[in-house]
Ligand binder design. Structure first.
Ligand SMILES: NC(=O)c1ccc[n+]([C@@H]2O[C@H](COP(=O)([O-])OP(=O)(O)OC[C@H]3O[C@@H](n4cnc5c(N)ncnc54)[C@H](O)[C@@H]3O)[C@@H](O)[C@H]2O)c1
Ligand SMILES: O=C(O)[C@H](O)COP(=O)(O)O
Length: 602
């Protein structure tokens, strides 16, 4: 293979030593020193880059804050965006406003439905949930619209756990009922005899952030704590002195049950007639998770049947519940109006957490706490940066080589790396290849949020293969190869021996390079555009093509020839900074030795 670097480059910013630019979807400045870490108990931050256009937006983005948010969070938002605080919008008003907004911030009181995403007309980039539960956001619709959803998963954990403990103690000692009775002028000491917590068994259902904090505190009160959570680590439970048990064991052994799982299809009405029947008679239930995890009518029946002695509820299937709700009015039920996260401290924390996440996402920087997209740790992202660009460009090149693009259905991506497969996170690369494959042939905007969904929608199957090679594990990837099967090519030489369109690339000195087309080895940096020519290898040809381009002042940045053998067929790859005119391309095609050529935009 011969490789010729042009000596003088017209535009120094495109020189080989220039830093690679990230693809348009990723105007990223890597903020490794994010200001987030206020609490040492926070989980390790993981990051996601999301949005294309923010960096190019000259005017300020608009953030709609649809529910009350802490002042410090609002101040952070206002430093970067126009902030519209419109509380208590009707669903129709929200749908009307949303098309003018780049981001939306809500708490649990706003339904962010499919209609909201459809009404946004593509402008809405981020939904920030100022809290944990995202059951009020239609995640599938968000993903389909390429809209990132971020939440604030840690700042209200302690507040929710404290509220759970407050309800547990208040329920056991009839605090609310006795208070109401006294205010009604009564002094009923015998009626409000309570039960003790010490020595009792508490079953925590859902041993996540809040559940484990409740467990920790309940142990401090002298309770025997067991937990059920199909996804929790037994080691983590053991460290707190909690035994993980099955659901059946938990509900049948418990004197008290505290609920801390998210509301999902699997947890919906988890406590129902059947499960209440398996509980100890006289069990007491606390719910600061979500109303929907209990079948509320079944709970009323269980209370009336004496299976459940008492319940303390902060959350309801319908919020606010109907005034005449039997459950709310039940004498042995203590209720609060979804106050779990409502402490001054938690609301300030949540507001800051969500404001930072939303601003970061809008800037196109690294957004934290993504809910509907894979999150890639910042250090992995920094390492993969040039490969991200390579991946998108290989996708773009490969699809432009297809004749009749509707047939693109099966794409195979091979990653050659000396790292163990588990050590290489390819989700971001796959998303970028998908972006490169789809965007040149459609009007769909593809990002990390909607890449897999968009591929599936279009019937595009992307399979991945890892090839473990010898080499330095310092370097995450040796090469990426993209193959499109069962298609014809505009450039027959791009078809490999096995019949697929094949392009392969490497990162050299931080710059993505095209290193193989079909069976031909080339070496051209992936900047600007590329002309691929197949010719019979002969002296003078490079000069001929170069002079056609030179006459039009089209700058050649790189040129490389891959050939089977001297004076046999060869593929010449020419990198150009500017787009040649149709006339120049035609003249290149008319050079007698050139058998076929194609112009590809990156
Ligand atoms: N009342 C409030 O104001 C308030 C405040 C904060 C959180 N919450 C709610 O509390 C719940 C927990 O919040 P978190 O921050 O601890 O979330 P988390 O994600 O840290 O924990 C949830 C846990 O539930 C577990 N889980 C999932 N499915 C389960 C199942 N079928 N059975 C048992 N466990 C299951 C998960 O594995 C996870 O460990 C959420 O519903 C959240 O919305 C309410
Ligand atoms: O999921 C949560 O974070 C809590 O339910 C808090 O909801 P809120 O923000 O509406 O108080």
């Amino acid at each position: 293979m011969a490789s010729f670097k042009t000596p003088a480059l017209k535009n120094p910013s495109l020189s080989l030593s220039s830093k690679p630019r990230l693809p348009s979807a990723f105007p990223v400045s890597f903020r490794d020193n994010l200001r987030f870490s206020r609490s040492s108990s926070r989980p390790q931050r993981r990051f996601l880059i999301i949005t294309a256009s923010a960096a190019s937006i000259s005017s300020k983005p608009t953030v709609l804050v649809a529910e009350k948010l802490g002042e410090t969070g609002l101040t952070l938002l206002k430093e970067f965006a126009n902030v519209d605080c419109s509380y208590s919008l009707s669903p129709e008003e929200l749908c009307t406003k949303i098309s003018l907004c780049d981001a939306l911030i809500v708490r649990s009181g706003t339904k962010v439905s499919r209609e909201v995403f459809e009404s946004a007309g593509g402008r809405l980039k981020v939904v920030g949930r100022a809290g944990v539960g995202i059951d009020n956001v239609d995640l599938a619709a968000a993903t389909e619209h390429g809209c990132l959803v971020v939440n604030a998963p840690t700042a209200n954990t302690v507040a929710a756990a404290e509220h759970g403990i407050a309800l547990l103690a208040a329920m056991a000692r009839n605090v609310a009922q006795a208070d109401a009775s006294m205010k009604a002028g009564k002094w009923q000491r015998n009626k409000y005899v309570g039960v003790s917590l010490v020595g009792k068994t508490l079953a925590v259902l859902g041993f996540g952030k809040v559940g484990s904090e409740v467990a920790r505190r309940a142990k401090g009160l002298g309770m025997h704590v067991i937990a059920h959570d199909p996804y929790a680590s037994a080691d983590r439970a053991r460290a707190i002195g909690v035994e993980l048990v099955s659901f059946e064991e938990a509900i049948s052994a418990a004197d008290f049950i505290s609920l801390h799982m998210p509301l999902t299809a699997a947890t919906n009405k988890m406590l129902n007639d059947e499960t209440f029947a398996k509980m100890k008679k006289g069990v007491r239930i606390v719910n600061v998770a979500r109303g929907g995890v209990i079948d509320e009518e079944a709970l009323v029946r269980a209370l009336d049947a004496g299976i459940v002695a008492q319940a303390a509820l902060d959350v309801f299937t319908e919020e606010p519940p109907k005034q005449d709700s039997k459950l709310v009015q039940h004498e042995r039920v203590t209720v609060t109006p979804h106050l779990g996260a409502s402490t001054i401290e938690a609301q300030e924390g949540v507001a800051i957490e969500i404001a930072e996440a939303v601003v970061g996402a809008l800037k196109g920087e690294l957004a934290a706490t993504a809910v509907n997209a894979p999150m890639v740790p910042a250090e992995v992202l920094a390492e993969l940066k040039p490969y991200v660009e390579l991946a998108e460009k290989l996708g773009r090149l490969a699809v432009q080589l297809v004749a009749g693009v509707s047939g693109v259905k099966n794409v195979k991506v091979s990653y050659a790396s000396s790292r163990a497969p588990d050590d290489l996170d390819t989700r971001l690369l796959r998303a970028m290849i998908t972006k490169g494959l789809i965007e040149p042939i459609s009007s769909v905007y593809v990002n990390l949020v909607n890449a897999d969904y968009t591929a599936k929608q279009r019937g595009l199957r992307i399979t991945e293969e890892r090839i473990v090679i010898d080499g330095s594990p310092e370097c995450p990837l040796e090469s990426i190869q993209v193959q499109i099967a069962n298609v014809e090519s505009k450039f027959a030489s791009a078809i490999s021996e096995s019949g697929e369109i094949k392009v392969e690339g490497q990162v050299k000195d931080g710059i993505p390079h095209l290193t193989k087309v079909g069976s031909f080895q080339v070496d051209v940096s992936l900047e600007g555009s590329i002309i691929l020519c197949r010719q019979v290898d002969q002296p003078g040809l490079i000069g001929k093509v170069g002079s056609i381009l030179g006459q039009e002042n089209v700058n050649v940045s790189f040129m490389s020839v891959g050939r089977i053998a001297p004076r046999k067929q060869a593929v010449m790859a020419i990198g150009v900074d500017d787009q040649p005119s149709k006339g120049s391309l035609q003249r290149i095609g008319e050079v007698p030795a050139i058998e076929e050529f194609v112009f590809l935009k990156l």
